[in-house]
Design a protein. Sequence first.
Length: 138
Amino acid sequence: MFKNILLAFDGSAHAQEAARLAADLARQYGASLCVVHTYDPVPDYLGEPFLQEVISRRTEAADRVIEQARALLGALPQVETEVLEGPAAEAILRVAEVRKVDLIVMGTRGLGQLSGLLLGSQSQKVLTHAQCPVLLVR
Ligand code: ATP
Ligand code: MG
C-alpha cells in the first residue's frame, strides 16, 4: 500500500517513536523512506563571513540529528535523507509533493517547551495541508 514514506525527524521523543514506526512500515511494505530534518532559517542580514559560518554550524548539527535517525531506523531497503532550511512544515510539505510521498510519519509533539499543547505547530500545519495520509505518533 505504501511505496514512498517520509519521516519528519527533529530528535524529540515523539519523533524517535515515529522513526521506529516508519522503519517498521517501510520494512513491511518494502517502501523507500526519506528522512527530512530542517534547521532554523539563517537571517541573511548577518552578512559574510558570519552567514557561511552559521550555516555550516547548523548543517553540521543537522547532520548529527540525521545520524541519530539512521541509528534508530536500522537496516532498510532504501533510505534517503534531506537536510533543509526551515520552517519545518513548509519543507516537509514541499518534499512530500516533489517526491510524491504516499505517507508522512511525524511526532505529535516535538522539541517545543509548551507542554500543554496537544499538537505542535509543525504537525498541525502538515496535517492541515498535506495531500496524503499523515501518521502522528506519540
Ligand atoms: P512547537 O514547535 O510548535 O513549539 P513542538 O516542537 O512540540 O511545538 P512540532 O515542532 O510541531 O511540535 O513537532 C512535531 C513533529 O514535527 C516532530 O515530532 C517532528 O516529527 C516534526 N518536526 C518538528 N520540527 C522538525 C524539524 N526541524 N525537522 C523535521 N521535522 C520536524
Ligand atoms: Mg517544534
